[in-house]
Design a protein around this ligand. Structure first.
Ligand code: NDP
Ligand code: PYR
Ligand code: MG
Length: 757
């Protein structure tokens, strides 16, 4: 694709993304039950008067009775939106909604975007001040320098909740951590580096303040803005900018002059202002942070082509080393909110810098590496900072910030049980669909050919459109092209060059003959005749399964059906089980508030024996591990640790004993009733010896198909929990059967799981 056509495509995709469904990117969801009159009389009048009076009496109670403590305002006036400049308040709304979305998905913080139509500093300050009762914190965003400095200074002084201008401090914290790590890799000492900076606005000056705190010498810093070098005799500078002026260079000294022999370049200005020659002129092992958004000062490709020895970073997610404040603000505010900090101070910022820098040096979870298409991300030139999808950002950076707030005396609430806080943070991660996001990314890294046997089904076609759009897989459809094209035309859809195979068409006679022969060879000693094999090849499930068996496809998605065994049979006959597996089984993934929950066997075995339960648990554990999650397995029953007798309870007890003996290092326990592995308080009270007294289970093994089927259907409908599955386990190649009524989203999620697996 040429640059222009890929830019056009991005434009179209981005506009469509924002417009589709409910316009915009966020909505508000109630957190309390509102089903009946009683609920409503508590939520609103008359019951609501009680918390009002309690708060009037003691304003701090607002943190107990309202959403204030978890609510952040993302406020802008649209004067420095990304690198797009002053595009005005309403035009900044997509960015502010985006920031609110990032707050939610990475740190479970609810955020309102607020766009103020004013460039008057006093009016801005006054407006935010009177909003204080609503919020637990204020994230100022994309407000241009120099106004942003005064606005932040005054609001920090005058409000009693944390206020942070993210373009200043979020950027400084993230890039400060990146700088420390890059210097370590390049073996350069911070107090000797020559630093050249392009941009002297909000982000750049805050970065410089922090870098100086970290050890960069002010005399070694040279800064440029739109008007050129920041010299001592410049008259159009304000505040902090004066700190970084110089009189050491001749008149007409340019960015290109300064870059000669520089160790570090920091760009926080606009796209495309640095040339390859400038990069070539830098010192050996130079460090280049071209952080303007959306287009960096020099592209990743151009910079690394000019000088392969540099450590290069941009603000973008599509290249290695994304240095973007998204690694900072969600976790800084999480930590600050959790101790009700009155401000975000220097100690908290430095704690975040150190936590981020350290995290990058820890071994990276395999699942995070895989989601970026590599076998292993290792601290080094192309991995100087953690990846935004790394779940440890929340559990490492937020506690570091919270602790620094407590130590520096700005916390109004103390955390004493850090292990419990860690668990609370982990639970917050279950609230979003980070699991699916990671799988989707994993699938995008290595898209597979997925054959859909129900090519004529509208939901499948819609899912295929999405799968194509997200580049998660290369779909192949089985069905009649005329029928499929008519459905597509009727619904104004286009699947581009997607391969459609009409498996019944006379044109496929030869292929069907070949496939029939293959099936016949496999089944001739099990009573199948060649004629029967020929007839079976007109069945889309048999035809698709052979495509998978001979390697013409990598994954098969069949169904949508209620008759599960019938759809499963071709897979068993043509592909067969994995070596050593006696029984095929299936699991459902439920995206619960505890994170993904894996239920098994939900699909095949009506009433499994003890040995079969053991095999189901082992197969499920392996499957869960392959998806990047450490299984914690609970074997469920109607009794707990022998509290009742009966075949089902004893079977689960015996299976638990076998699993524990075979896998002493696994977290596996049972038999127990289903509520227990999710109620740590109760577990600690009555069964402190169990691992589930500390952390909830994530794999649930059921005694029978009846129990598992009832459980997931109830959870799905009543708990309104999103489900994916069934994911078939134990077949030699990935075959998955959709259930009748699967939604488009369920089909897409199934593709993500199947391809990632
Ligand atoms: N990766 C990340 O995490 C982040 C990236 N950014 C990016 O940094 C950039 C600046 O943001 P921010 O500081 O908030 O904005 P500001 O408007 O406060 O600052 C912009 C600065 O860039 C200077 N500038 C503009 N054009 C040029 C040019 N051609 N040559 C040299 N300097 C120039 C401006 O100079 P003058 O004052 O003379 O106009 C000003 O000093 C944006 O691209 C933004 O997207 C910002 C925050 C985080
Ligand atoms: C990332 C960001 O905040 C910016 O580019 O403005
Ligand atoms: Mg910004």
């Amino acid at each position: 694709m040429t640059n222009t056509s890929s830019a056009n495509k991005l434009r179209e995709d981005a506009l469509h993304y924002h417009a589709k469904g409910r316009p915009g990117k966020i909505e508000i969801t109630p957190t309390k039950e509102t089903e009946n009159q009683r609920d409503l009389s508590l939520a609103y009048s008359p019951g609501v008067a009680e918390p009002c009076l309690a708060i009037a009496d003691q304003p701090e109670r607002a943190y107990d009775y309202t959403a204030k403590g978890n609510l952040v305002a993302v406020i802008s006036n649209g004067t420095a939106v990304l690198g797009l400049g002053n595009i005005g308040a309403v035009a900044s709304k997509p960015v502010m909604e985006g920031k609110s979305l990032l707050f939610k998905i990475y740190a479970d913080i609810d955020a309102f975007d607020i766009e103020l139509d004013t460039t008057d500093v006093e009016e801005f300050i006054r407006t935010v001040k009177i909003l204080e009762p609503t919020f637990g914190g204020v994230n100022l965003e994309d407000i241009k320098a120099p106004e942003c400095f005064e606005i932040e200074r005054r609001l920090r002084a005058e409000l009693n909740i944390p206020v942070m201008h993210d373009d200043q401090h979020g950027t400084a914290i993230t890039s400060g951590a990146a700088l420390l790590n890059a210097l370590e890799i390049a073996d350069k000492q911070i107090d000797t580096i020559k630093l050249v900076v392009n941009g002297a606005g909000a982000a750049a000056t805050a970065c410089l303040d922090l870098y100086v705190d970290l050890g960069v010498l002010p005399d070694n810093i040279t800064v440029f803005d739109k008007d050129g070098l920041l010299t001592k005799d410049r008259t159009n500078l304000v505040g902090n900018q004066y700190k970084y002026t110089t009189d050491r260079h001749p008149e007409g000294y340019t960015l290109a002059d300064a870059m000669v022999g520089a160790d570090v370049f920091l760009g926080l200005s606009v796209g495309g202002v640095v040339s390859q020659d400038m990069i070539r002129s830098m010192a050996p092992g130079a460090i280049v942070f071209a952080m303007a958004n959306p287009n960096p000062e020099i592209t990743y490709e151009d910079a690394t082509a000019a000088r392969p020895d540099i450590i290069m970073a941009t603000g973008r997610s599509d290249f290695p080393n994304q240095v973007n404040n998204v690694l900072g603000f969600p976790y800084i505010f999480r930590g600050a909110l959790d101790v009700r900090a009155t401000e975000i101070n220097e100690a908290m910022k430095l704690a975040a810098v150190r936590a981020l820098a350290t995290l990058a040096k820890l071994p990276v979870p395999e699942a995070v590496s895989r989601s970026y298409g590599t076998d292993g991300l290792v601290f080094g030139r192309t991995y100087i900072l953690p990846k935004p999808t790394d779940p440890r950002l929340l559990t490492i950076v937020a506690p570091a910030v919270a602790k620094a707030a407590m130590d520096s005396g700005v916390a109004r609430k103390q955390i004493t049980d850090w292990a419990d806080y860690d668990m609370q943070l982990s639970r917050r991660q279950g609230l979003d669909n980070s699991f699916i996001r990671r799988l989707t990314r994993q699938a995008q890294q290595s898209p597979k050919r997925v054959v859909f046997t129900d090519g004529e089904n509208l939901s499948v076609l819609r899912a295929v459109a999405e799968v194509r759009e997200q580049k998660m897989a290369i779909p192949i459809l089985l069905g009649n092209p005329q029928t499929i094209n008519k459905i597509l035309a009727d619904h104004n859809m286009n699947l581009g060059d997607t391969l459609i195979i009409d498996h019944r068409s006379p044109k496929q006679d030869k292929v069907r003959e070949k496939y029939a022969q293959l099936l016949y060879e496999k089944r001739k000693r099990k009573g199948l005749t060649l004629i029967e094999a020929h007839n079976l090849m007109r069945d889309r499930n048999y035809f698709g399964t052979v495509l998978l068996e001979i390697g013409e496809a990598d994954v098969l998605i069949s169904g949508l059906t209620r008759n599960y065994p019938q759809t499963l049979r071709p897979a068993l006959q043509v592909i067969g089980r994995q070596p050593g597996i006696r029984k095929v089984s299936g699991m459902y993934v439920l995206l619960s508030r505890f994170g993904p929950l894996f239920l098994s066997d939900t699909t095949v075995n009506m009433n499994p024996t003890t040995d079969e339960i053991v095999e189901i648990a082992e197969t499920t554990a392996h499957a869960v591990r392959r998806l990047g999650i450490e299984p914690r397995i609970a074997l469920l029953s109607y009794s707990t640790f022998g509290s009742a007798t009966g075949d089902d309870a004893e079977k689960m007890q015996a299976a638990t004993a076998i699993l524990q003996a075979r896998h002493p290092d696994w977290v596996v326990d049972g038999e127990m009733q289903a509520h227990l592995p999710f109620n740590q308080e109760l577990m600690r009270e009555s069964y402190a010896f169990s691992p589930f007294a500390e952390q909830p289970a994530n794999v649930l093994i059921f005694p029978s198909l009846a129990a598992s089927n009832i459980a997931y259907n109830l959870l799905k409908e009543i708990g309104r929990i999103e489900k994916i599955g069934p994911v078939l386990m134990g077949i030699r190649k990935p075959v998955h059967v959709l259930q009748l009524g699967s939604t488009v989203r369920e089909i897409v999620n199934m593709v993500a799981i199947a391809v990632a697996d």
